[in-house]
Design a binder for this molecule. Sequence first.
Ligand code: ADP
Ligand code: MG
Length: 703
Amino acid sequence: MSQTNYTDLDYLFKPRSIAIIGASQKDLSIGNVIIKNLVHYGYTGKIYPINPKMDEIRGIKAYPNIFEIEGDIDLAHVIIPAPAVPQTIEDCGKKGIKAVIINSAGFSEMGEEGRALQEAFLANARKYGIRIFGPNCQGIINTDPKFRAYCDFTFTFPKPGGISVVALSGGVGAFIMQSLFDLNIGMRYYASNGNACDVSIPDVIRYYGNDDQTKAIILYTEGLSDPLEFMEVAREVTKKKPILAMKAGRTEAGAKAAASHTGALAGVDISTELIFEKTGILAFNNEEELCQAAMAFSTQPIPMGNRVGVITNTGGPAVIATDELVNSGLQLPPLSEKAKEILRQTQLPEATIGNPIDVVATGGGPHYRSALDVLMDDENIDSIFVNFVTAPFTDTDAVAKNIVEVNQLGKKPIVCNFMTNMSMERFQETARILNEGGVPCYSFPTTAAKALGALYRYGQLRQRNIGTPKQYDPIDRTKVAAIIDAGLKENLDYLPAGSVYTIFETYGIPVAGWRIVKNVEDACKAARVIGFPVVVKAESAEIVHKSDKGGVSINLKNEDDVIRAIEKMQHAFGISGLKFLVQKFMPGGKELIAGVSTKKGLGHMVMFGMGGIYVEVLKDVVFKLTPVTDVESREMLSAIKSAKILDGVRGEKGIDKDGVADILQRVSAMVTDFPAILEMDMNPIMAFENNVFVVDGRIKIGN
Ligand code: ADP
Ligand code: MG
């Protein structure tokens, strides 16, 4: 047995023999249910219940310990109290067991003591090269008829198919598995790894990625412990097959007006979604939609574009579907003249020849068929939405057979909203024909439309060229490093404005002309150099939102204005040694925001949106992970809700979008070069028709 070329995770997913350490004869125990499930599911390998007090369990010979077993063991379940686990893993190592699923709880999820136990068994596992799955987990399932390995204590017995599932949470994993089962979708592998102390989600995804039988992967997670590793694996696997994912714990990026805009606007953990986006994972925020989409992914090809043809035999549902299709970014183009001509000859006189094609309720198999054929042949159509109500006065089986025949050509994706009464035997047969013919059927038009929308969205993701990060040279990085190092040495949280603008300028980011001054004389001199009108701002680490406190005085037209503004601020703030920023006044621009926040273990996220003093209210911002490419910076500009404003509305001029996109990329380069930049804000960036200038900036540093 051991001379095979098994990889370490093969021992977990394709075990040829399994020991159940902690097997029990009690019906209602995990140590019993796992054996029952293995037997019930038709496991093809050897089962070794381990229990010192039993001769047999569920009619299978039991052993007092693993050393009494003669043959090799690929996999062990461990279902014993946590304190005994480290020694058991040591024993497993001695016996040559290659993979262990620890179902027992009581480890890192239980505080310090549990964590120590986890460390202890992990040390033993590493000593012997054992891969640990769990602890505190369900286990794995392999539906392959060669194995039928149901190493899990749940209750859904999936049929074999092409979807592999990995879920951190056993509860969510179980209901995804049940939903797939209810939707009659076949599954390949299932894995729910609990504490995931060794075999991680990226490990499992890589394994699924290399598995030819896995057509699509479903992932559920609540966060990523090693985001960089995850990204690397996800990038590799999404090139080969779709990953449909959902992350829980998302709420509105709700933000209080905190000291730093970007930190607050990032709100809850959005980094996982950004990772999904960057690596080409199809994200869902609804578990039902995810499972429904999986049905389409498991049988249908990916559409080449967004043009959908709709066939229906009843009006209203097609209208509902059309709304949702359009919502999902799909279009219903008009049919070609040639197509219409064929339809006129083949459809009933009452039929509507257009898109949607309404074959009317009396339309039967041949009418559906000609409509399907026409759409399949039409170069202007990428996918087909079928709405099919089982009109009792038609041969519904014939309709189903025709849909199946066309579906099996596999030329363009088809989804079907199938409206029927499943308690009638006649229609059960119709449903069976569709189902066995691999037609994804849904019971609501919106659900079906969303599933097609997901296929389209994935097609877009797959075709998308994410671009490359620009190399900006020459940049005087030594100069920036010196500024940041000095700030760190002084234990500064925020760099002074002078340093901030110097860093921006060094990175080629356009800033409004500026000087830092200490008194009115210097301020007047600076204003003359910069050129009137100017703005004066109070400059002190203690003042965060300057304008709230009277620390910003704009449109100063002459020296008298400057003197008055400075004296007023000196009086109002009473900070000794208060400095001032004298800056070029740049009126009439659109106020935008760019920012950066960091996520431990991952890196920086760059933000862009509508800026100014309303940013916290409008929250019209989007994020991307660094490095931000040229393509992504463009996507950011078009992803905000107010995107149209950037092009100019109602006779207004648009803004220099290239300039903004360039700033976003330079910001990305800057923070990538200097991880010590923890947060950064440019609010506002003043954007004009042909240029853009940063007029307010903050940089937070730290280690
Ligand atoms: P803070 O955000 O600390 O309150 P800002 O420097 O952003 O201070 O100034 C507040 C507002 O004043 C900006 O949103 C902008 O409307 C206006 N403003 C500031 N500097 C300039 C400038 N140089 N040109 C034109 N308007 C400016
Ligand atoms: Mg500001």
